[in-house]
Ligand binder design. Structure first.
Ligand code: NAG
Ligand code: NAG
Ligand code: NAG
Length: 340
């Protein structure tokens, strides 16, 4: 009797901790720490953008990568007019040396104090200025874990911060191999745009969730002073939260970045991808964190998307001939923290 009672007490005590969403800080990158924790990848852009990714020495020498104090700025060349037959615009793509498996939380703080992404807010006419960044787009923020497993039937990408041209709100999307779907009804503040995550269906759109607030990406994200993105990945789900800079509900865990956090207290996520019809652990390999800046390419460069954003000529012509338009298109990242 006594043993039984003891056993159930132990079980009760263990059960919550086995499932509690408590994590411990494992990485905290600020400023120049990014230079050793991340590799600059001088590779051909996998999405065929009009960019030429350069190595770290070149990026630092040309001030495309600027790491100092509590600032990391990643930008593209904004002074050179490009030859149509030559390489794309010099730009930067960095990848974390460490990879992360399940039970990982990535916390990102962007402080975008100037009109970073699109220059829209400053220079009229509106349609022309929008195109300052027309060139693009899908900014896979520090959030996006990327697969180390790049090929094969279950090759999968992880969630990414994606936005096309100046369009907001931001969408959070999982891209997976076959047999991964999301339930129609989920407890999240965002709105599902597609429930089949399989890249082989629905024109590779993945299963997306649109953030409820327009200020999650692009000009309004910047105007609002940026914000925080957080991603929690376990074998049971992937959750993504976005908190605008001045929101009243930013958890202290997110703002202060303490040694231990508990995501159970963070409230409803912006996007929830549960494992009910998707073996999350099986579809996703260990993720790197990649931060890159590309223009045009497979998605934003699509003629229909490009022109519906109000942009002139073609995306590639625009990138070649308007270097000044990229002066304000850059990542300004205060810190990236990971808890495991
Ligand atoms: C490099 O870029 C940073 C950030 O934009 C800027 O503050 C700094 O003045 C630049 N340095 C040079 C030498 O241009
Ligand atoms: C970053 O790179 C990925 C491919 O690895 C691509 O899908 C995405 O569009 C890129 N985004 C930006 C802004 O560079
Ligand atoms: C979802 O994840 C939980 C916890 O990891 C696991 O017990 C369950 O079997 C998973 N369900 C499916 C359908 O994969």
């Amino acid at each position: 009797m006594r043993f039984a009672a003891l056993a159930s007490l132990v079980a009760a005590a263990l059960a919550p901790s086995a499932y509690a969403a408590t994590y411990h800080l494992s990485d905290n990158w600020v400023g120049s720490a990014f230079l050793s924790a991340f590799t600059h990848e001088a590779i051909a852009d996998p999405t065929h953008g009009r960019v030429n990714y350069v190595d770290q020495a070149t990026a630092v020498a040309k001030n495309l990568t600027y790491a100092s104090g509590d600032t990391l700025i990643l930008r593209a060349d904004h002074t050179t007019t490009l030859s149509a037959s030559g390489a794309g615009r010099n730009s930067v793509r960095i990848r974390s040396v460490k990879t992360y498996d399940t039970h990982v939380v990535v916390w990102v703080s962007f402080i975008l104090t100037s009109a970073v992404w699109p220059v829209v807010l400053t220079s009229p006419p509106l349609s022309a200025s929008m195109c300052a960044t027309c060139p693009k787009a899908a900014v896979h923020g520090p959030l996006p874990g990327r697969p180390t497993k790049a090929t094969g039937p279950t090759a999968a990408k992880s969630t990414s911060i994606e936005g096309v041209n100046d369009q907001s709100p931001n969408a959070m999307t999982l891209h997976t191999g076959a047999n991964c779907a999301m339930p129609a009804s989920r407890t999240m503040t965002g709105t599902a745009t597609n429930n089949n995550c399989d890249v082989n269906t629905d024109g590779n759109s993945g299963c997306g969730v649109q953030a409820p607030s327009a200020n999650s990406y692009g000009p309004s994200f910047n105007a609002n002073g940026g914000g925080w993105y957080a991603m929690e990945r376990t074998n049971s789900f992937v959750k993504v939260w976005f908190f605008p800079r001045n929101a009243g509900n930013v958890p202290n865990d997110v703002k202060a970045g303490p040694a231990t956090i508990n995501t159970d207290t963070w409230g409803e996520p912006t996007a929830l991808f549960p494992n009910t019809s998707c073996d999350i652990g099986g579809h996703f390999d260990a993720n790197n964190i990649i931060i890159n800046l590309t223009f045009c390419g497979d998605w934003a460069g699509q003629a229909s998307i490009y022109s519906s954003s109000g942009c002139p000529s073609t995306c590639v012509d625009y990138v070649n001939n308007n270097p000044g338009a990229f002066a304000n298109a850059y990542w300004d990242i205060a810190s990236v923290r990971v808890w495991q």
